[in-house]
Design a protein around this ligand. Structure first.
Ligand code: ZN
Ligand code: ZN
Ligand code: FE
Length: 765
């Protein structure tokens, strides 16, 4: 009598393609003495196993609890199945199928330790090969045209594998079984070094050649995973200054790449949590505290207490950094506000005037992805720019969501597509006023829609009528359009990330967002759920003389506030931000404010930070990028500002009613008094931060007393301010509020699209 055989069919969803899932299943089946098959499908992976019932059960248990490092299972569906009489266990051909695609694409992953070991082994056939990878590491999202994740649907389709690579690819016991980017020096991509004209430089080791040029002070454009970098020796001040001049970027900090943690520690302080982030497989840029004395040029991150640091994440980076640099500046390879360049021809065209040499290769980049940026604040990683390594991993929603496209905001744009319980937040796209970024926006939407087979029934967008993202949304036909207020979207984004749905008090602090009254909001207290909100309090309105010109020059914004606080006499104040302009200019600004000419009203918190920075003389003059003055104001508070001192607060009043404007004039007058009394920038900054913490925590307390809401959400770009975030969260927690903040989703406008999608879903009948 033959033994009892039972069979099971399993459908597995999640990040299960391109991560070594099938060989893992193959080996697991062998360990349990089972026959059957495993195959990639449009929805994920399908497994058929048969054998002794207890072995089948053991297999199912093991599969649910363990998996290859890059895999992420979101759902397993088990079906009973009649035994099919398999004689062995096979890995089947990919079934592209006709059903809806329901699988995920893995984000790009830093080269793994096994591959690095081989790369450094002179006996290995991939010794010093800059494109080594395996099923556990390497490019993914940036090389994928379409699903299923198979070589013909990636930019590796042009490289035919040699016999040895092919054998690995087909051997279930190999680390490279079905590793789609599998390659070697014989059959795979190769690196070359070129002059800025595009003319190839003949040499045996292009990476060594590029390293020599970098050491000699050259700027080298380097093709990476999601786009080009512009590199320069971070210890060579002439080179760094040259890069700043040619890129037209005077002060905005440059990121650096160092060969390892030890090198990073020579110029920055690294906490254990920051170390984990630096060495994570996502390999983001991590903001770490500068050491007072270090070998890097001041021009790398002038007037900034932090360095943005990353470790090498491609094999090519490792080989380059082994040439003994303290660190390399590695800034995005783009011209002005354009998206980063991804193709070789485009690079010579766009970067030829900046770079002296080009270190390029012939593996195409299908999807552009900037380096991600994170900062560890108040016990958690805060993703400031979510891109390479993070996108397009899905964010799990706490409800089943219809298919929605959310188009995001205008600056720091991302888009979001939803399907089932998943939100696919795109990589960082950029500022849509730039035509190149707008093209990138459209192609990202098309690409993600195709990859995840999403046909949106709703397109959500910002309320601002002139945003490019709004115009795009309204131009889509045969869908429902839903406008979501900017700060409501910020609050819902934070709620969605924290998987909460109940009514919250949302503190949404940012620079600019279109309000329901047509004014520019930004210092907002909303009582909100995902579907709707009430504006409970906001900073009092103040004119922005010159509109956008007041964003570009905080002194103008200060003029708006000083006029509120002192009337016409503001022009006589003995303040640097007033003195530094000639009387005629001041008269023009005064007239604009009084006659309400081109002086839109704003309740922006970002602009209040700019104002205090200008009045305190911390930043006098135009800004190079939004938030620059506010960042300096934060830095002035010092590393351990000790903000929880109520006595340090400037005078403030609580809003009288439930829709109240918060009176800020007493604060402005007190800051002016402090400046005139010669108090330090550090003290003024600390007092200002303290005031915000006490003022807004008391407003939350008022709302709790009235409405019984004890959950507070902190969101908006201003909460990238680590000092404000930690102090506000700390104070509210001490007052027994449940506080929710951003982690994987940016607090800035990069998180808006997620909030729009979830708000639109909540508002659906
Ligand atoms: Zn590897
Ligand atoms: Zn090969
Ligand atoms: Fe915003």
């Amino acid at each position: 009598m033959s033994p009892v055989v039972s069979a099971r069919k399993l459908d597995i969803k999640g990040i299960v393609q391109g991560v070594g899932f099938r060989p893992y299943i193959y080996q697991l089946a062998a360990a349990h003495d089972l026959k059957g098959s495993v195959v990639n499908t449009g929805f994920g992976v399908r497994v058929h196993v048969e054998g002794r019932p207890e072995k089948v059960a053991g297999f199912c248990r093991a599969m649910a609890t363990h998996g290859p490092p890059m895999a992420r299972i979101t759902e397993i569906t088990e079906h009973q199945s009649p035994p099919a009489g398999f004689s062995d266990f096979t890995i089947g051909q990919t079934d592209r199928g006709t059903a809806s695609v329901n699988t995920f694409v893995c984000p790009d992953t830093a080269v793994c330790a096994d591959c690095l070991r081989e790369m450094h082994d002179p006996r290995d056939r991939r010794y010093r090969y800059p494109f080594i990878n395996c099923t556990n590491c390497g490019p993914r999202y940036t090389i994928v045209y379409d699903l299923p994740y198979d070589r013909p649907y990636t930019t590796m389709k042009h490289f035919e594998m040699c016999d040895q690579c092919r054998a690995e690819y087909h051997d279930p016991s190999s680390r490279r079984f079905h590793a789609q980017p599998n390659a070697c020096p014989v059959c795979g991509p190769g690196a070359v070094v070129c002059h800025s004209t595009g003319q190839k430089i003949p040499c045996t080791d292009p990476i060594a050649h590029a390293a020599d040029q970098l050491k000699a002070g050259a700027i080298v454009a380097i093709k990476g995973l999601g786009g080009f970098h512009l590199a320069a020796d971070a210890a060579n001040c002439k080179a760094v200054a040259g890069l700043r001049r040619k890129k037209g970027r005077a002060e905005k900090p440059f990121a650096v790449m160092a060969s390892g943690l030890e090198q990073v520690r020579t110029f920055a302080r690294v906490s254990p949590e920051e170390q984990d982030l630096l060495t994570s497989s996502q390999r983001p840029i991590v903001l770490v505290e500068k050491k007072a004395s270090n070998f890097l040029c001041d021009a790398v991150a002038p007037d900034n207490p932090c360095f943005g640091v990353m470790l090498p994440y491609t094999p090519l980076h490792h080989l380059l950094l082994e040439h003994g640099f303290a660190a390399l500046v590695m800034t995005s390879g783009n011209a002005a506000k354009e998206p980063i360049v991804t193709d070789n021809e485009g690079a010579f065209f766009a970067l030829g005037g900046i770079a002296d040499y080009f270190l390029i290769h012939d593996r195409d980049i299908c999807v552009r992805a900037d380096d991600s940026i994170v900062r560890h604040v108040a016990g958690t990683q805060r993703v400031i720019r979510r891109s390479r390594g993070y996108a397009p991993a899905p964010l799990a929603l706490n409800f089943r969501c219809p298919q929605i496209l959310a188009c995001g905001a205008e600056l720091k744009n991302t888009v979001c597509l939803t399907k089932d319980e998943n939100a696919f937040l795109s990589q960082h796209i950029g500022d849509l006023e730039n035509p190149g970024a707008f093209d990138f926006f459209r192609s990202t939407i098309d690409h993600l829609r195709g990859l995840f087979d999403i046909t949106p029934e709703v397109v959500a967008h910002d309320m601002h009528p002139d945003y490019m993202s709004t115009r795009y949304a309204l131009a889509q036909s045969a869908v429902k359009h839903v406008a979501v207020q900017h700060h409501h979207a910020h609050v819902v984004s934070c709620m969605a990330e924290n998987r909460i749905s109940d009514t919250v008090i949302g503190l949404a602090f940012d620079g600019t967002g279109y309000g329901t009254d047509g004014r520019i909001w930004g210092g907002e207290v909303l009582v909100a759920d995902a579907a709707a909100f009430v504006r409970a309090a906001h900073l009092q309105y103040v004119p922005m003389p010159g509109g956008n010109a007041a964003v570009a020059d905080p002194r103008r914004m200060a003029a708006g506030w000083l006029h509120q606080a002192f009337g016409n006499q503001w022009v006589d104040l003995d303040l640097e931000c007033v003195r530094s302009r000639d009387p005629e200019e001041l008269a023009v600004i005064s007239r604009m404010i009084e006659k309400q000419i081109n002086s839109p009203l704003t309740s922006s918190m970002g602009r209040l930070f700019d104002t205090v920075a200008a009045i305190a003389g911390i930043h006098s003059g135009p800004v190079e990028f939004e938030g620059q003055a506010a960042m300096k104001l934060e830095a002035a508070a010092g590393a351990n500002p000790g903000l929880l001192d109520q006595k340090a607060c400037y005078p403030y009043d609580l809003p009288a009613d439930t829709h109240g404007a918060i009176e800020i004039r007493p604060l402005i007058r007190a800051v002016v008094d402090d400046v005139q009394a010669g108090r330090s920038a550090a003290e003024i900054s600390r007092r200002f931060h303290s005031t915000l913490v006490y003022l807004f925590s008391r407003i939350c307390d008022q709302i709790r007393a009235r409405q019984g809401i004890s959950r507070v959400v902190l969101t908006g770009g201003v909460f990238q301010n680590a000092c404000l975030l930690s102090a506000m969260a700390g104070r509210l927690t001490a007052m027994d509020f449940s506080v929710y903040t951003h982690g994987l989703v940016p607090a800035n406008d990069g998180g808006i699209s997620l909030g729009q999608a979830v708000a639109a879903a909540a508002g659906m009948p």
